[in-house]
Design a protein around this ligand. Structure first.
Ligand SMILES: NC(=O)c1ccc[n+]([C@@H]2O[C@H](COP(=O)([O-])OP(=O)(O)OC[C@H]3O[C@@H](n4cnc5c(N)ncnc54)[C@H](O)[C@@H]3O)[C@@H](O)[C@H]2O)c1
Length: 256
């Protein structure tokens, strides 16, 4: 089901081999656009692109590498002729209580989740500028809007992504490049599967809507921000979290 019209748009999606990124890639193709999926998972990435057909390509790409970013963006231009959109989605999420978190692990999470977004945003600016503008969607998290236990590196990186998005929005508005952040709540993907969450109504009291999200529900927001329907949105933070960051339910408030 096409959520919005993305015909004629070329979008690069990092971490698109599976999970939210793969769902976003599907939404781009459903909307009539073309997509370059990038990931460190080669077999899964190639498989996801093959499932999407002729409008999709895959390239191996580590978001922490400047050289990989150049190669990925050059490949997008070689295959599709231009780049209109970038979804900085790749991320890792393992965590520890603050007092047990290692400096090394904290640095690694920030390197992938925040430095990777910075390198990509910077690398894409000349291309987007040359095309007369575009849309960058940075995948932050509900953990980038609030404090979440066990997420020292992850939460800090996602708050950083939120801030970087606003800096991009104000600096790049003159180039007609819109930069927004999306803040998913708990969504069922390979990243969250180990937590043991289940899909279905009533299975997740952590969100006021009472359930976890589906990747397609996050992808719909991403597709909207990529599209011209969001032409007056930049620097916005879009929570797609079942109400998690809106506040407390009576049940949470009273403990009953
Ligand atoms: N699933 C959730 O509940 C949830 C909630 C909030 C935010 N998010 C964010 O959404 C994004 C996608 O998460 P997901 O749930 O689909 O997880 P996922 O693990 O299924 O997908 C993440 C993808 O990123 C790729 N990746 C990891 N490191 C990389 C690197 N250095 N270079 C390139 N690719 C790399 C992985 O290989 C994987 O395919 C992440 O940024 C995550 O933090 C997810």
């Amino acid at each position: 089901m096409a959520v919005v019209d993305l015909s004629g748009k070329v979008v690069v999606i990092t971490g698109g081999a599976r999970g939210l990124g793969a769902a976003a890639a599907r939404a781009v193709v459903d909307g009539g656009g073309q997509v370059l999926i990038t990931d460190v998972l080669e077999a899964e990435g190639a498989g996801t692109a093959a499932e999407l057909g002729g409008a999709a390509r895959f390239i191996r790409h580590d978001v922490t590498s400047e050289a990989d970013w150049q190669a990925a963006l050059e490949y997008a231009v070689a295959e599709f002729g231009r780049v209109d959109g970038l979804v900085n989605n790749a991320g890792i999420a393992t965590g520890q209580f603050l007092e047990h978190e290692s400096v090394e692990h904290f640095r690694r999470v920030v390197e992938v989740n925040l430095v990777g977004v910075f390198i990509g945003l910077k690398a894409a600016i000349p291309l987007l500028r040359a095309g007369g503008g575009g849309s960058v969607v940075n995948i932050s998290s509900a953990a980038g809007l609030t404090g979440l236990a066990l997420t020292a590196g992850y939460g800090a990186s996602k708050w950083g992504v939120r801030g970087l998005s606003k800096i991009g929005a104000v600096e790049l508005a003159e180039a007609r490049i819109r930069v927004n952040s999306v803040h998913p709540g708990m969504t069922l993907t390979p990243m969250t599967a180990p937590i043991g969450i289940q899909a279905g109504e009533g299975n997740y009291p952590g969100a006021p809507l009472g359930r976890v999200g589906a990747p397609e529900e996050i992808a719909a927001a991403v597709a909207f921000l990529l599209s011209d329907a969001a032409s007056y949105m930049t620097g916005a933070e879009l929570a797609v979290d079942g109400g998690w960051t809106a506040g407390l339910t009576v049940k949470h408030l009273t403990g009953q």
